[in-house]
Design a protein around this ligand. Structure first.
Ligand code: AP5
Length: 228
């Protein structure tokens, strides 16, 4: 299954992607995570992206496309993937369409996780993630079952993002409304958009998403075989 999660910063895209990965045996392709790795590695791309990300602006389309193009051809994407944070502009959506159609493929579903702007700031400023497996947590809404220990992998090392401060979040929200939200009518017109209530509890959001997706056994892999 080829799934796209769309929504403003802090809507819960990463949280939900993490839950769907195991169920469908497909990877999460998160351009924000990929960029943060480049920044941490000090690569040329990372150095160019760091300043843009600190401002909350979009990194240029060419760099993003170069990063994602080879990624969807890897073996772990054989059964599909979950796009998280990409596409984020009309140019990226067009480039994705071209990339998929050249592989005789297409998105199966686009899920919009809808959340009001006013609660996103508190969500983002309370967020932290496991350094080992990337699972997301929140100081109030989603604490690990055992304090300081990741529920998923047992690691004890957590991280907070440099761009998770109020000023940058407000700028990221403005960029979302200006450049990314206009993609919603485009996917709606293709009949593949489903909107879920992202202000519900995390488990309830997962339930809404699962209800909108085909069951794993009903999906064919790229080579036409039903999934295990
Ligand atoms: P990116 O890393 O993609 O950030 P984002 O889109 O701003 O989204 P977030 O990761 O902040 O939020 P999320 O929706 O995943 O929320 P989460 O699940 O963590 O991008 C960062 C930057 O990289 C961009 O600003 C840009 O500069 C650049 N970039 C990335 N992709 C790009 C592209 N394609 N083109 C150009 N530039 C690009 O949840 C947030 C918190 O809320 C967590 O603590 C979680 O526990 C909690 N939470 C989640 N769901 C709920 C719920 N239902 N109830 C209560 N709490 C909840």
């Amino acid at each position: 299954m080829k799934l796209l999660l769309l929504g403003p910063p802090g809507a819960g895209k990463g949280t939900q992607a993490h839950r769907l990965m195991a169920r469908y045996d497909i990877p999460q392709l998160a351009t924000g995570d990929m960029l943060r790795k480049e920044v941490a590695n000090g690569s040329e791309l990372g150095r160019a992206a760091a300043r843009i990300m600190e401002r909350g602006d979009l990194v240029c389309d060419d760099l993003i496309m170069a990063m994602i193009a080879g990624r969807i051809d890897r073996e772990d994407c054989r059964n599909g993937f979950i796009l998280d944070g990409f596409p984020r502009s009309a140019a990226q959506a067009e480039a994705l369409d071209t990339m998929l159609s050249s592989r005789s493929s297409d998105l199966d579903r686009v899920i919009e996780i809808g959340v009001d702007d006013d609660i996103l700031v508190s969500r983002i400023t309370g967020r932290f993630t496991c350094r080992a497996c990337g699972a997301g947590y929140h100081d109030v809404f989603c604490r690990p079952r055992e304090s300081g220990v990741c529920d998923f992998c047992g690691a004890r090392d957590f991280d907070r993002r440099a761009d998770d401060n109020e000023e940058t979040v407000r700028s990221r929200l403005a960029v979302y409304h200006r450049q990314t939200a206009p993609l919603l009518p485009y996917y709606a017109s293709r009949g593949i958009l489903v909107t879920v209530d992202g202000m519900a509890a995390i488990d309830k959001v997962t339930e809404q998403i699962l209800a909108a997706l085909p069951t794993p056994s009903a999906i064919d892999s790229d080579d036409g075989r039903p999934l295990e």
